[in-house]
Ligand binder design. Structure first.
Ligand code: SF4
Length: 342
């Protein structure tokens, strides 16, 4: 594995190359992320979509080197941030990057905010970890950060505890902590899922504003294609640990190619239709233990499946400039590739 490459402003800020992340279940290793590659350029917003269990969050935890110790581990490939392979970084060096150059926000801020410390304490802790700053300066900066994420009366909120705030306010606090050190990359894992629709829209607006002001890149993980349409430049669709489609957001919405993407599109509620029950995709994502060893992992749920789909594994390949799809309908196939569930 390479350790360092030359980094310049033209380079991607993050390069994920053939990433394989495995979990140990009953003494056996199973790939939750399987041969995933993508780049994130500075200031780019990349959406990662798919249902629960598709590997989106495991992929982001791999990038942050936050996989549960002793259970999950990177088994292959590389994650290169600003030219440095994070696999080779010590915990101490990774801590210097995490929270400073790369930050993460999660779906439910109550699980990330510590209930026994004030908002101010938690903000200042991040600042002290990464900046030479006095207590007074840290308090003033925390107030200004809370203000920048749209929290009114920040001088009061700074001394309150997480349970005293609404869900939307807590998510704003999490964003304030995540951007405290002006990271170059923010990973937002379902940042609006737990919020009501109005607050969701406000948080997305806030993320976009911050992205523009701070010039940061964002990896936005979501199951919601509506959020992708609002926010993203490029989209990666994941299914069962693999990328099945990748392209820019306009192409994805106007010309989706993978049958899974088409079904995800069909599941978006339409404002002009009087539908009481939202259409959802029949069946479930295979569990890690039941992952098909050969063939297309979507075959059991795919309305366009052909007999060969169960014996030939599709490869992710470019069907036209800037549009990659992994499906036998688009010819890019090779017998038994992908049969690497261990
Ligand atoms: Fe469907 Fe076959 Fe394409 Fe898989 S390879 S998505 S089963 S058509």
């Amino acid at each position: 594995m390479s350790t360092k490459t030359h980094f310049n402003s033209e380079s991607p800020i993050l390069e994920v190359k053939n990433l394989q992340t495995a979990f140990e279940i009953d003494g056996e290793l199973h790939n939750a992320v399987d041969n995933v590659s993508f780049n994130v350029k500075p200031k780019q917003i990349i959406g990662v979509v798919g249902e629960s269990g598709c590997g989106k969050s495991v992929m982001s935890l791999s990038v942050m080197k936050l996989l549960p110790k002793g259970i999950g581990s990177i088994r292959g490939g590389e994650v290169i941030f600003e030219g440095k392979n994070i696999e080779n970084l010590s915990d101490k060096d990774m801590n210097k990057i995490r929270g400073k150059d790369v930050s993460m926000i999660f779906q439910e801020p109550m699980t990330s905010l510590n209930p026994v410390f004030t908002i101010g304490y938690q903000l200042q802790e991040t600042l002290f970890n990464h900046m030479a700053i006095t207590k007074k300066e840290a308090r003033l900066k925390s107030i200004s950060l809370l203000k920048s994420v749209g929290i009114s009366r920040p001088e009061k909120i700074i001394d309150e505890y997480p349970h005293q705030l609404s869900g939307g306010m807590r998510q704003r606090v999490m964003i304030a902590i995540a951007i405290a050190c002006q990271p170059k990359l923010l990973i937002a894992d379902e940042p609006t899922t737990a919020l009501d629709v109005t607050v969701q829209a406000q948080i997305l607006d806030l993320l976009r504003d911050i992205q523009e002001i701070n010039n940061m890149a964002i990896i936005l993980i979501t199951h919601d294609l509506g959020v992708v349409a609002e926010m993203c430049d490029e989209v990666i669709v994941m299914y069962a640990g693999k990328i099945v489609e990748r392209t820019d957001v306009d192409t994805l919405f106007h010309n989706p190619k993978h049958p899974y993407t088409e079904l995800l599109m069909g599941a978006i509620p339409k404002m002009d239709e009087d539908v009481e029950v939202l259409s959802s995709i029949e069946g479930i994502v295979p569990s890690l233990k039941n992952m098909p060893k050969i063939g297309c992992r979507f075959a059991n749920r795919c309305p366009k499946a052909m007999p060969e789909c169960k014996s030939i594994s599709p490869l992710l390949a470019e069907t036209e400039a800037g549009h990659e799809v992994s499906c036998l309908l688009y010819e890019s196939s090779m017998p038994n590739e992908g049969a690497n569930v261990r």
